[in-house]
Design a protein around this ligand. Structure first.
Ligand SMILES: C[S@@+](CC[C@H](N)C(=O)[O-])C[C@H]1O[C@@H](n2cnc3c(N)ncnc32)[C@H](O)[C@@H]1O
Length: 983
């Protein structure tokens, strides 16, 4: 049992402390232990990571907070001394009762004795003592980080918390008299405040414990005074100092401040009152005064949020701005000088072309400088071969070409956006589709257009516009050079973008399995084999990069069945129409039904004898005949005909395999299970292999190929060691309106819930609620039929193989890092750099007790906040949960601050945590929580699911496990589609 004392240094927040459980002995250890360099330490500090350190490793402590505390104390001490010497600076008064308390040491001694007698420690006298920055510390002996002895002589600014076996036991401070300064001399206070620099607010401990300890909540303070009061309230001395400074007026104001929602006077800019913390009482969490010692509660003086927002940085929407047109991309575009500026700054530019005020300008500068810095840092990392580096990605092939893919992704995002907007617009035509169909070879574009001519949504229609559209498609193709598989235009010497000399499609070597750069012309496989009119056996569409399909009989049959179902339908109901159509279709005649393996279909023949299969699509009430002549129909009569599959369909369709990992020259599609009755929600055609939208409860199904056209495909690294890649698709609706209610599919509801719950969720009330523990480590089983699939190992091998070959000369092989993962990390770095948490405020919530609000515009997919707290194992979490439930602290009983990050770990933000602990649940949230990995550390990060406007409360879906009646927690999210219960 190690009796090391650990210290919370840094800036007040003991975030992501890792409290592990061992063989009966809980250990606290620091994630900083894993730090390899000073730089990493800095990074962690700036990112608000744990500051716990084992005893003996305090060398690495960030002295910032202990120094600022020290400085404060020194200052007070000095003032006392100065007063004794009659040398107090002019204008500064120090009353006797405010002087440095001489009884402090006695208080310390008392406290120490008590602890020695075991009265305040955990019965098991845990081996570690965790000192929070924020809680008051009354024992300098537990402050090994304080370099100066003077700490020992300081008055009890803090109340310490002993964390033993995962238990927090509050040690009441020996409350000595605290210094009180003249109310007039606020300038001195400013000096003092300077000691508390405008540091990372998120990393401030927002511990809202101590009903009687009176720790203020820095975020609450911020509500009323914006930035001014937000700094380290870890020091009660400082608070007291400020409080008393305000003199009688402060006292008067305190009367109106009993709930403590607002601890800053609205008039006295720099004053924060020391208040009892608000607590959440009762089952539904009514706010109550934290002071339970008989004070008559006074009504809270609640400052209107509008005022808070006004006093916070101004990020108001320009009047003429259309909220819908605020995607980051667009905002960036509208920046008048063309500079890349952060979204909130750009926001002011949107439609207005001017910046409102100087702070905004400053912010803009900060942000763009921040952006630059991040970019620089990332570039540096990339050059250094960091695992996030783009170069490594590119080594792995087009799929992993994150940096430039980002560009292409953004283009896609915009395209989706435009599509959606236009989709709503009756004037929408397929031009948007053509814009994003840039991977279609010019030659084959027309083919796709033809085959999709009857679709109602998105696909180009052969109409009077068709020539224009095709022309547009072609010109898009001319200007862009994107890989047909991954969508990236990136290329490098080891992964070239090849162009087929015949059909002009472009593919990365790695995406198509071309390990050697061909000398001279290169041809794709269908062109090499002179295959004409080929269509993919999985989706029925032509165009794009294809490879051979093996064992395709079943899928072909299914496709034909789907087509034929429509034909049959027509035959039964509209036979006369068929005849009419036949007559109308020059050069065609019907050879009647064909039968093959119990499935029947029309076989139509041209006059020259070439076989055709008819397909009929509904077009309103009439039927239209669409005759196709393609590799599938030809294959009906000639079994030697080669069948083909899109690389994209091969990769994204569950059940396919790639037997030849060297060349990816073929996919075995026999494992795919197309359903003839499933209609693709993008092209509206039945048949082919569809995947389901990855959003839980969404029953939308679509062909991977159709989704690819719209940039709706996603791939992510998964598994504990990122050993798997999950392939997903998202429907247009959820890509553009993530919060939209899904089509409720009763068949898939349960599965959807399981998946969603296992994604990222707050822990349920009660440990036995962890029915389905675990983050999605392995999608193999769960994802089937739910939109996701794991790529078979062979396919992965293909990528790794080609990379391996290259990397033997070019560097270490690395698994591809998905775009999303890369983007998340990049976004995380950007967020930290720009300190975006500064725009978040804690304020009374309409949903429950306190909530987190934004005072700036946050565009969709931006990082909003990180959920920080102590990382504990399940056993510790269970123990704590019991303690919280049975303890005195009411707010712990009624609110859950646990967030499960994976099978074994939970972030407990109950006692120590960041502002994300105030994020309430909503059934229609504006954020989504994701677990991302930053330097091998798991982080829980909230990303905006849609644009969030200043003044909106931040919410996410808790995904609590379902509980039986009686244990249900009513939901007060007030959303239209509220599920009524949290669990
Ligand atoms: C992490 S806390 C959220 C912050 C909390 N409002 C506070 O003031 O500390 C989570 C708890 O808030 C409450 N809560 C959050 N969202 C809620 C909702 N939509 N309806 C009812 N209670 C909610 C639940 O008691 C839940 O256990």
């Amino acid at each position: 049992m190690d009796s090391s004392t650990v210290d919370a240094g840094d800036t007040g927040c003991v975030s992501n402390l890792i409290v592990d459980e061992g063989s009966g002995v809980d250990k606290c250890w620091s994630s900083d232990d894993a730090l390899e360099s000073e730089k990493s330490a800095e990074f962690l500090t700036s990112t608000g990571n744990t500051s716990l350190r084992k005893a003996g490793s305090f060398k690495n402590l960030n002295h910032q907070s202990s120094c600022s505390l020290l400085d404060e104390l020194k200052l007070l001490n000095s003032l006392t001394w100065l007063k004794a010497q009659n040398k107090l600076p002019a204008g500064l008064a120090l009353h006797e009762k405010d002087e440095y308390p001489q009884n402090f040491e006695r208080g310390l001694e008392d406290g120490k004795k008590k602890r020695e007698m075991g009265s305040e420690s955990c019965p098991t006298s845990g081996p570690y003592t965790v000192q929070e920055e924020n809680p008051e510390c009354n024992d300098s002996a537990q402050f090994p980080s304080c370099p100066s002895k003077s700490v020992k002589t300081l008055f009890p600014l803090r109340q310490s918390k002993t964390l033993t076996f995962g238990t927090c036991v509050t040690q009441p401070s020996s409350k000595p008299r605290l210094p009180k300064f003249s109310a007039k001399k606020l300038s001195r206070k400013r000096d003092l405040r300077r000691l508390y620099d405008d540091n990372d607010r998120e990393v401030n401990d927002v511990n809202q414990t101590e009903l009687n300890g009176g720790t203020d909540n820095c975020e609450i303070s911020e509500v009323s005074r914006g930035k001014k009061c937000k700094r380290d309230f870890s020091s009660n001395g400082f608070r007291e100092f400020l409080t008393r400074e305000s003199g009688h007026e402060g006292a008067r104001k305190r009367k109106h401040n009993s709930v403590g929602l607002k601890s800053c006077s609205s008039q006295q800019v720099n004053i924060c009152y020391r208040k009892a913390r608000p607590i959440v009482c009762g089952k539904y969490g009514e706010l109550a005064n934290g002071n339970l010692d008989g004070d008559v509660p006074k009504p809270a003086k609640v400052v209107p949020l509008s005022r808070v927002l006004n006093s916070a940085r101004r990020c108001t929407l320009p009047k003429n701005c259309n909220p819908k047109s605020t995607s980051r991309r667009e905002l960036k575009k509208t920046s008048p000088n063309g500079a890349v500026v952060s979204s909130d700054v750009c926001h002011n530019h949107t439609g207005c072309g001017k910046i409102n005020d100087t702070p905004m300008e400053k912010e803009k500068k900060e942000c763009s400088v921040g952006d630059k810095k991040i970019r620089k840092e990332l570039t540096k990392l990339e050059h250094l071969g960091d695992d996030q580096s783009e170069k490594d990605h590119s080594k792995l092939g087009g799929i992993a070409h994150a940096q430039l893919k980002l560009k292409s992704k953004e283009i896609r995002k915009r395209s989706i956006y435009e599509l959606t907007d236009k989709g709503k617009d009756p004037s929408f035509d397929s031009s948007s589709f053509s814009k994003i169909s840039n991977c279609l070879p010019a030659k084959k574009e027309g083919k796709l257009l033809k085959t999709a001519e009857d679709s109602k949504l998105g696909l180009c229609k052969l109409s009077s516009k068709s020539s224009t559209l095709e022309h547009q498609c072609h010109s898009d193709l001319d200007s862009d050079a994107f890989c047909c598989v991954c969508g990236s235009s990136n290329k490098d010497e080891i992964n070239n973008l090849l162009t087929c000399s015949q059909c002009s499609i472009k593919v990365h070597q790695a995406c198509y399995g071309v390990s050697k750069l061909p000398k001279g012309h290169w041809c794709c496989r269908p062109c090499r084999t002179s295959s004409k009119d080929i269509v993919c056996v999985l989706c029925g569409y032509g165009g794009g990069a294809m490879t051979q399909a093996l064992r395709s009989r079943t899928v072909v049959k299914s496709l034909l069945r789907a087509w034929n179902a429509e034909t049959e339908c027509m035959a039964k109901n509209k036979l006369s129409s068929v005849k009419t159509l036949q007559k109308d279709s020059s050069g065609l005649h019907c050879s009647g039904y064909g039968h093959q393996d119990n499935s029947s279909f029309f076989v139509l023949q041209r006059e020259d004898g070439r076989p055709l299969v008819s397909a009929v699509c509904k077009m309103g009430m009439s039927y239209k005949f669409d005759v196709m002549h393609n590799s599938i129909t030809v294959g009906l009569l000639d079994s030697a005909t080669k069948q083909w599959v899109h690389m994209v369909c091969g990769l994204w369709t569950p059940g396919t395999r790639c037997p030849n990992v060297d060349t990816m020259s073929a996919f075995d599609v026999s494992g795919a299970h197309p359903r003839a009755d499933v209609v693709c929600c993008i092209c509206k055609r039945a048949g082919g292999s569809c995947i389901q939208c990855r959003v839980a409860n969404c029953s939308a199904q679509f062909h991977p190929w159709c989704a690819h056209q719209k940039g709706l495909l996603q791939s992510e690294l998964e598994g504990v060691d990122n050993e798997n890649i999950g392939f997903y698709g998202i429907c247009v609706l959820h890509a553009t309106h993530p919060t939209c209610e899904s089509n409720h599919d009763p068949v898939n509801t349960e599965a959807g819930c399981i998946e969603e719950e296992e994604l990222t969720c707050a822990r349920t009330e009660g440990s036995k609620g962890r029915k389905r523990d675990g983050f999605r480590h392995n999608y193999c089983d769960q994802s089937k039929g739910n939109g996701g699939c794991l790529v078979p190992q062979e396919q992965l091998n293909a990528w790794v193989h080609i990379n391996g070959q290259k990397s033997s000369t070019q560097g270490l092989p690395k698994l591809p890092v998905s775009d999303i993962e890369h983007d998340c990390r990049k976004e995380y770095a950007r967020y930290k750099q720009a300190k975006f948490w500064k725009h978040l405020v804690v304020y009374k919530s309409g949903i429950h007790a306190l909530g987190l609000y934004t005072s700036r515009f946050i565009s969709r997919s931006e990082m909003v906040v990180e959920y920080v707290g102590e990382i504990v194992g399940l056993r510790v979490a269970d123990k704590r949960e019991n303690e919280y439930q049975s303890g005195k602290k009411l707010q712990y009983k009624s609110a859950c601050y646990f967030f499960r990050i994976d099978k074994e770990h939970i972030i407990d933000a109950t006692c120590k945590g960041g502002i994300a602990r105030f994020v309430n649940h909503s059934c229609v949230p504006n954020c989504v929580a994701k677990v991302i990995s930053v330097r091998n550390e798991k982080k829980v990060v909230f990303f905006a699911e849609r644009d969030i406007f200043p003044g909106e409360e931040i919410t996410y879906d808790y995904h609590f496990n379902h509980e039986d009646e009686g244990k249900k927690i009513p939901c007060f999210c007030n959303s239209k589609n509220c599920r009524r219960y949290l669990n």
